[in-house]
Design a protein around this ligand. Structure first.
Ligand code: AMP
Length: 288
């Protein structure tokens, strides 16, 4: 496994791997962008990439432009050595670990703004977050030039923003979405779960519990968004220490609110548990 930090190096390395064995059209490149502090959720993306593509490239970059001024950029966990052990074990060919100066040299003034969808759900409470995400992912796509990029359903709003970006900018990249990996008790894995105390970890369970409660209602035939929202809110209210950011039943592509979930819907929640902001969601399939 090769680890490189500079843009010229990664370009040369991807080109060399693609051309290996003299394949006429070049071997396929799967790409898994991450911020490191890797866990089993990230592993599932690496495995999906390994099973679908001939070459797997991962990146580790804690992207400063997607953090707000009062967010956790400085204390975000950085565990490069441990991360590299997982990447190596999952058969990753190439790891890109740029610095902030490499990705954003002095004087950069071009950003990618996916209007509309970027202002909904997490975008509403984290202004500028998706501008940072879209910008860094567009830059990484241009640097790595993958055939397919793998993202987690865990970040459902990010999925909507990136799909729209790829469509609007005609980027030649397929976006593959992998299911949410959870702890046995339902908590969605997140690099931020490490911030939680034992008591906060217990409180955090109400996010997935709320989603599962609404999903159970939907399975019984309930498709009115208002009823699903009430069920989720009732569940979250059982943990008064939790500060709810949003509870939503939305269209998974536009992130606009739905009144009826019968054609499929994204159920999404975000809440602050102590000083940690957590998100979770479930996709309801169409029922008619
Ligand atoms: P991050 O390092 O948090 O930026 O996440 C990198 C990628 O891993 C993103 O596409 C996330 O959606 C995905 N991811 C994070 N947590 C999970 C999870 N629990 N299950 C599946 N994918 C995840």
């Amino acid at each position: 496994m090769q680890i490189v930090s500079s843009i010229p190096e990664i370009r040369v390395a991807v080109r060399a791997l693609r051309a290996r064995n003299g394949a006429a059209s070049g071997r396929s490149v799967g790409f898994v962008p991450t911020m490191g502090a890797l866990h089993e959720g990230h592993r599932s993306l690496l495995q999906a990439a390994r099973s679908r593509c001939e070459i797997v490239v991962a990146s580790i970059f804690v992207n400063p432009t997607q953090f707000g001024p009062n967010e956790d950029f400085n204390r975000y966990p950085r565990t490069l050595e441990q991360d590299c052990r997982m990447l190596e074990a999952e058969g990753v060919d190439l790891v890109f670990t740029p610095t902030a100066e490499i990705m954003y040299p002095p004087g950069v003034s071009t950003f990618v703004e996916v209007a509309g969808v970027s202002d909904r759900l997490d975008g509403a409470s984290r202004p500028g977050h998706f501008r940072g995400v879209a910008t860094v992912v567009a830059k990484l796509f241009h640097i790595v030039q993958p055939d397919c990029a793998f993202f987690g359903q865990k970040d459902a709003a990010q999925v909507a923003v990136l799909r729209q970006m790829v469509r609007d900018l005609n980027l030649p990249v397929e976006i593959a979405i992998c299911p949410i990996v959870r702890e046995p008790d339902g908590l969605a894995l997140s690099s931020r779960n490490g911030y939680l105390s034992v008591e906060e970890r217990r409180q955090a369970l109400s996010l997935s519990r709320a989603l599962f409660a609404a999903e159970a209602l939907a399975k019984q035939g309930e498709h009115r968004a208002e009823t699903l929202l009430l069920a989720m809110r009732a569940c979250l209210q059982q943990e008064p220490a939790l500060r709810v950011d949003y509870v939503a039943v939305v269209d998974p592509d536009t992130l606009l609110p739905l009144e009826d979930a019968a054609n499929g819907a994204l159920l999404a929640v975000a809440a602050h548990v102590g000083g940690t902001r957590l998100i979770d969601n479930i996709l309801l399939p169409p029922t008619r």
